[in-house]
Write a protein that binds this ligand. Structure first.
Ligand SMILES: [Fe+2]
Ligand SMILES: [Fe+2]
Length: 326
């Protein structure tokens, strides 16, 4: 048997003149297409959100609350930058499998992640947030808690775990590699970290009753992310229905990612900073809870066929249950 050259398959995808999908039609009933339709219908522009009131609220906000806002906001900002940069390998892998509807949906997915980066960055600029001052206070707090902050550190969710899992599918298109990419990106980063992060926003808005521009942006982002996670659940379920033997690896991976996240970004426990401590502890509890809920959803897929998953709309049903979204 000829040894397979993974570079050759990427550089020269298998295509034929008669093999194009669109002349045969588009499957408008499949989930990725329905998500694509929804993405077009619910499109929004971060540049049109009025942030004037947010800037006024910010100017009158005590520093401790400003820092609590910045903690959540910069966490999202960097996370959105990372997912924007790292979605491309999955889109390429899906395209090379000849899945046109999914490849089309992933173009809206990438567009939305880029808009999320824009939104958080615009907001920080509009309110005049002093990030240098914030990071300096954070470094002082970390040192006081015995934590080490090193800006040159290259090990982290955004710095190593996510890019590695995503870039693997450039060369390895095995079901295990595709599942690992989607578990890391969609199930953990989006399904556990981002979803738990939205509850922090809800806590902050309940506490502060302010920032209408941020509230409006978060509503849009949440709806976008609901579609992203639904797609990821569909992809993971499809792979697991065909390869149920991969479940144990996916389950272990989700728990490993949670352990890794909290090793790199420990839960805050600082008696001098009750606001951040409360938010951080709520976040940690929610992430662990979400990990177990996601494992239950993935486990259910191993007892179904791909046809059953499609027919029952299992991914949408699971996300409706987990996220309370339409
Ligand atoms: Fe996003
Ligand atoms: Fe997303």
């Amino acid at each position: 048997m000829e040894p397979v050259d993974p570079f050759a398959a990427v550089l020269r995808p298998s295509r034929t003149v008669g093999g194009w999908s669109s002349p045969r039609g588009i499957d408008t009933t499949c989930l990725p297409w329905r998500l694509w339709e929804k993405a077009k219908r619910l499109a929004w522009d971060p540049a049109t959100i009025d942030l004037t009131a947010d800037a006024e609220h910010w100017a009158g906000l005590p520093l401790a609350y400003q820092d609590a806002m910045l903690h959540v906001c910069t966490g999202f900002l960097v996370g959105e930058e990372a997912v924007t940069l790292d979605i491309v390998p999955l889109a390429l892998a899906v395209a090379d499998e000849g899945r046109l509807e999914e490849a089309m949906y992933l173009t809206s997915f990438a567009f939305e992640e880029a808009k999320h980066v824009e939104f958080f960055r615009r907001w920080l600029t509009a309110v005049g947030a002093d990030l240098d001052g914030y990071y300096a206070r954070l470094a002082t707090q970390a040192a006081g808690l015995g934590l080490h902050y090193d800006p040159t550190q290259s090990v982290g969710m955004w710095e190593s775990a996510l890019p590695t899992a995503m870039r693997r599918v450039l060369l390895d298109r095995s079901p295990a590699a595709m599942l690992d990419a989607s578990v890391t990106y969609n199930q953990f980063v989006e399904g556990c970290l981002a979803i738990s992060g939205y509850t922090l926003w809800a806590d902050l808005f309940a506490l502060l009753d302010a920032f209408p521009g941020m509230q409006q942006g978060i509503r849009h982002i949440r709806a976008d992310e609901g579609r992203h996670i639904t797609y990821g659940t569909y992809l993971c379920q499809r792979i697991l229905a065909e390869h149920p033997d991969l479940l144990d690896g996916a389950t272990a991976r989700l728990r490993e990612l949670a352990a890794f996240w909290f090793e790199v970004s420990p839960t805050i426990d600082d008696p001098d900073d009750p606001i951040s401590t409360q938010l951080s502890q709520d976040f940690t509890a929610r992430v662990h809870d979400q990990v177990e809920r996601r494992i239950a959803v993935l486990t259910r897929a191993t007892t179904m066929t791909v046809a059953e998953l499609e027919r029952t709309g299992a991914a949408e049903a699971a996300e409706r249950e987990l996220l309370g979204i339409d």
